[in-house]
Ligand binder design. Sequence first.
Ligand code: ADE
Length: 219
Amino acid sequence: MAAVPELLTGFLSFSIVKRAIDKGVVEIYVHDLKDFSKDKHRHIDDYPYGGLAGMVLSIQPVFDAVSELKKQRAYDEVVFPTPDAPLYNQQAANELATRENLLFICGHYKGIDQRIRDHLVTKEYSIGDYVISGGELSTAVIVDSIVRLLPGAIGDEESALTDSFQDGLLSPPVYTRPADFNGWKVPDVLLSGNHRKIEEWRYEQSLEKTKRIRPDLLK
Ligand code: ADE
């Protein structure tokens, strides 16, 4: 459910997500929260009680939209992406990918009425310690991370399992032809044909890279 559904159009029309939809791996429906407004100008936001800069997404359109959608199917989770929440990570993606039906509320403005979070939302995630302008893009990030895990979504079944974070480490470097580009060479081991050595090298590279760039992941 989005305040600005148009922000999701591009995301749903290209990429792995589009292919997964076409292959019937996943169904995604976008609902415009403005369609649930009872305001004659289709407003879905209002001034915050107590005074504060910015507008707040009102409870009524969200409540009505959630109620209507819950009549059509049972939802395993109602997800609200928001910066004031636990950080989203691969483990959360893996968990969400096992659920049947998910409902995302895309917030906008300064935030959403807290009662929506208290009574309707079951999972909250932040996609990082920064603020973006709306929940559509953070929802797109989360949905993409889930869809790529669904069986049949990506051609090479193995490749989601070898993503960064799936083993708690960052991915090792990858190379493709040519083996020598103006003197910049691909590591010899990758050309050796020795799969055990290649696996060892990849693991060492992952570990070294994680220690260097993201030591927090090793704690
Ligand atoms: N909406 C705005 N900023 C966000 C963030 N960092 N994570 C999730 N949703 C957001």
